[in-house]
Design a binder for this molecule. Structure first.
Ligand code: 8X3
Length: 257
C-alpha cells in the first residue's frame, strides 16, 4: 500500500469525520502531509478523503477498541512513510446534568472516548512518531480541561484527566524526538459537538451559541493545529488556550440580543 510520493510525512487525525477533525484533515493535506483520517463513520470518511484527493487515506476506527486502534497503526506502517504528526481530536461531551444526577453511562462514555481513547491511540502510534525523528502529538483538549462549570461534571472530569495524560507524557518522553502539544478550545460552533451533547436536541444545541456574534469554527482550530505542527521542531507549544473574542471566560460570554 506504500505511498507513491515517497517520504511525504504522515499525519493521523482521529475523529476526522466531522467538525474540527475534518477541518484539520483538510488543512494538513494542504500543508503537505499525507493525512490518515480515522473515525467510526466510514461513509463520511469516504466523502472527506474523496474531497481531499490522493493525499488522504481513510481508516474506519473506533478508538475505544484495542483491535481497531491496532489496525490503524498497521495501516500507518503499511503506508511506509514517516509518521510525524498525531492529532488526538476524537472526543466529545454527553449531557449537562449536575453531578448529583450524573449519568454513569454518560460519564463512562466521556472517559472512554476522551481519556482512554487518547491513551490507546497515543500508545499505539508513539513508537512510529519517535522513529520518524521529528514527531508531534497535538491533543485537542478544552477549556473544560482547567475550568469546572455547572453541568459540565463528566466532560470537565474527562478533559481534566486528558490534560493530565498529556502533561505526564511530556515529562516522560523528554529527550525523545516527540513534542507534546495541547490545544484547548473554548466555544467552537461545529455541526455536532452540542448536538451530540444534547442527544440530537437541536433547540438546546443552538441555544449554546445564541447571540454569540462569531463563535470559533472548526477551521480556526485546524489553523492552530497547523501552526503548532509546522513550527521548527524544537519549538514545543505546551498548551494553547483559544476562545472567540465574545467569550472572555467559561461563564463570561457576550450575547447580542
Ligand atoms: C468545549 C468547550 O465549554 O463546551 O470543549 O466545555 S465547553
Amino acid at each position: 500500500m506504500g505511498l507513491d510520493r515517497s517520504m511525504q510525512n504522515i499525519a493521523v487525525v482521529t475523529g476526522a469525520s466531522s467538525g474540527i477533525g475534518a477541518a484539520t484533515a483538510r488543512r494538513l493535506a494542504g500543508e503537505g502531509f499525507h493525512v490518515v483520517a480515522a473515525a467510526r463513520r466510514a461513509d463520511r470518511l469516504a466523502t472527506l478523503v474523496k474531497e481531499i484527493g490522493p493525499h488522504a487515506t481513510a481508516v474506519t476506527c473506533d478508538i475505544t477498541s484495542d483491535d481497531s486502534v491496532a489496525a490503524l497503526a498497521g495501516t500507518v506502517a503499511e503506508l511506509g512513510a514517516p509518521l510525524t504528526l498525531l492529532v488526538n481530536n476524537a472526543g466529545g461531551a454527553r449531557g449537562l446534568d449536575p453531578v448529583a444526577a450524573g449519568s454513569i453511562e454518560d460519564w463512562q462514555w466521556m472517559y472512554d472516548v476522551n481519556v482512554l481513547g487518547t491513551l490507546r491511540v497515543t500508545k499505539a502510534l508513539l513508537p512510529a512518531l519517535e522513529a520518524s525523528g521529528a514527531g508531534t502529538i497535538v491533543t485537542i483538549g478544552s477549556t473544560a480541561a482547567f475550568t469546572p462549570y455547572e453541568g459540565g461534571g463528566g466532560y470537565v472530569a474527562a478533559k481534566h484527566a486528558q490534560t493530565a495524560l498529556v502533561g505526564t507524557l511530556r515529562l516522560e518522553i523528554v529527550g525523545k524526538p516527540v513534542r507534546v502539544v495541547e490545544i484547548d478550545p473554548g466555544m467552537v460552533q461545529t455541526d455536532e459537538f452540542s448536538l451530540n451533547r444534547f442527544a440530537g436536541d437541536r433547540e438546546r444545541a443552538d441555544a449554546v451559541y445564541a447571540g454569540v456574534k462569531e463563535p470559533l469554527v472548526a477551521d480556526d482550530i485546524a489553523d492552530i493545529v497547523a501552526f503548532a505542527a509546522t513550527r521548527p521542531h524544537h519549538v514545543n507549544i505546551d498548551r494553547l488556550v483559544v476562545r472567540p473574542i465574545a467569550q472572555a471566560a467559561q461563564h463570561k460570554v457576550h450575547r447580542e440580543r
